[in-house]
Design a protein around this ligand. Structure first.
Ligand code: FDA
Length: 396
């Protein structure tokens, strides 16, 4: 494969952010070359949302993002909104639906989104080359960049790093972006897996041994963040949207809190049940609100086997706290292998929130997940990729 030796813009990474940046810059008449070491563009898009791509969220706003500088994402998110992306989806006649909580998905497959981005890139004259290994990058005296690749050297006036984070290494994730950032003097906010299932200590796994596959709606909280969504028991611990969300706020050693009965006042309910059904056991009563197997495990965990009319005050207190304010300390997460995103990344303090450009090095840009901006679960990470990619595309 021969690469065009000279371009206006080289973008490394043909993922969500890189493709959006490429089509925006191409539409401005820039000669854009996108390089990626993977087999095909947009691999994480194809995999996302269970194959249907949760491509944005109707309620996307800065409060849905974590970053060392919570203001950084505001400008880009307001200049390229979820409705701007939706307009492109509609222009391409892609069928879509809202699943829940403003999450927008393709009706058919995530390939619709990749095909749309590739069609826009094609129309804008963008060249995309896959299976290209990237080597040394040099800033030339002229202000341009020379990039060594497995297909020869290429030069460009602007260099955009869109290589994503470390999650899902099977999808070609590398620390390349962090290395380039360091090369040009940027600080990196230490990274860790986020939107990731928790693993639990052995004694809890024993207690939950019969529960893998069971899902129930809860309010999960950690470090002042709370999410009401489904929790799923797994063979290694806990997952499901509520757990993935709180994992982004969790650090080793922290406990998480779970309200297993988010629809009711537990104390009121227990008292009313004790009066109305004095002969019933806790396990039986709990099946009104929890899956049967979970109800049984809970009653055993609380240690209350007697009839409701025999419940003592201490036992009631234990039930109330275990059911509405249950504290669990995970012993870890399933790591980058299972994490949807990476927290941390290129420190935003040395980047322009208007152009996504480096404040230390001319014509060098960082977009998407490689930057220290991490969205909640629900289409917010793609919205950041689209917004940051679009904004950089206007300046490169
Ligand atoms: P992205 O990771 O998409 O692209 C980076 C590109 O750079 C890749 O193509 C990679 O091959 C390339 N690259 C890396 N290192 C390189 C190197 N050294 N040389 C050359 N190329 C290199 N988000 C959301 O909003 N809704 C959803 O439904 C989902 N679902 C989802 C499911 C799963 C399983 C995962 C793992 C993630 C999600 N996400 C998500 C998160 C979302 O996929 C992610 O935030 C975006 O893809 C980030 O876009 P980027 O373009 O920044 O990186």
């Amino acid at each position: 494969m021969s690469l065009p030796p000279q371009s206006d813009v080289v973008i490394i990474g043909a993922g969500a952010a890189g493709l959006m940046c490429a089509l925006t810059a191409g539409q401005r008449g820039r000669r854009v070359l996108v390089l990626d070491h993977g087999k095909r563009p947009g691999r994480k898009i194809l995999l996302s949302g269970g194959g249907r791509c949760n491509y944005t969220n109707m309620y996307a706003e800065p409060a849905n993002y974590l970053s060392s500088n919570k203001h950084y994402c505001k400008s880009a998110l307001s200049r390229f909104t979820q409705w701007d992306f939706q307009a492109m989806v509609d222009k391409h006649g892609i069928a879509w639906h809202e699943k829940t909580l403003g999450q927008l998905f393709c009706d058919n497959t995530a390939k619709d989104i990749v095909d749309m981005l590739l069609a826009e890139c094609d129309q804008a004259g963008v060249t995309i080359c896959n299976r290209v290994e990237i080597g040394e990058i040099e800033a030339l005296e002229s202000g341009s960049y020379q990039i060594q690749t497995s297909e020869g050297a290429v030069t460009a006036e602007s260099l955009v790093v869109a290589t994503g984070g470390l999650s899902f290494p099977t999808m070609g994730s590398t620390d390349f972006g962090y290395r380039v950032a360091k090369q040009f003097g940027h600080n990196i906010v230490p990274s860790r897996p986020a939107l990731v299932p928790f693993t639990l200590p052995q004694e809890l796994m024993k207690r939950f041994a019969d529960l893998p596959g069971i899902s129930t709606e809860v309010i999960a909280s950690c470090n002042n963040a709370s999410f009401r969504e489904a929790l799923l028991f797994t063979h290694k611990g806990l997952s499901g949207p509520a757990i993935l969300q709180v994992s982004s706020y969790w650090q080793k050693g922290n406990e998480i809190t779970i309200n297993w009965l988010p629809d009711i006042d537990v104390e009121e309910w227990l008292k009313s049940q004790r009066d109305a059904r004095p002969k019933a056991s806790l396990a039986t009563l709990l099946t009104e609100h929890l899956p049967k197997r979970l109800a049984t495990v809970f009653a055993e965990w609380i240690g209350e086997k007697g009839e409701a009319c025999q419940w003592r005050r201490e036992s009631m207190d234990k039930m109330i706290s275990m059911l509405s304010d249950c504290r669990i300390t995970p012993n870890g997460t399933e790591g980058y292998k299972k994490a949807e995103v990476t927290m941390g990344g290129v420190n935003t303090d040395q980047l322009s929130s208007k152009t996504m450009g480096s404040r230390l090095q001319d014509n060098l840009y960082f977009i998407g997940e490689v930057v220290d901006v991490t969205g909640h679960l629900g289409g917010f990470n793609f919205q950041w990729a689209w917004a940051s990619g679009h904004c950089a595309g206007l300046f490169v």
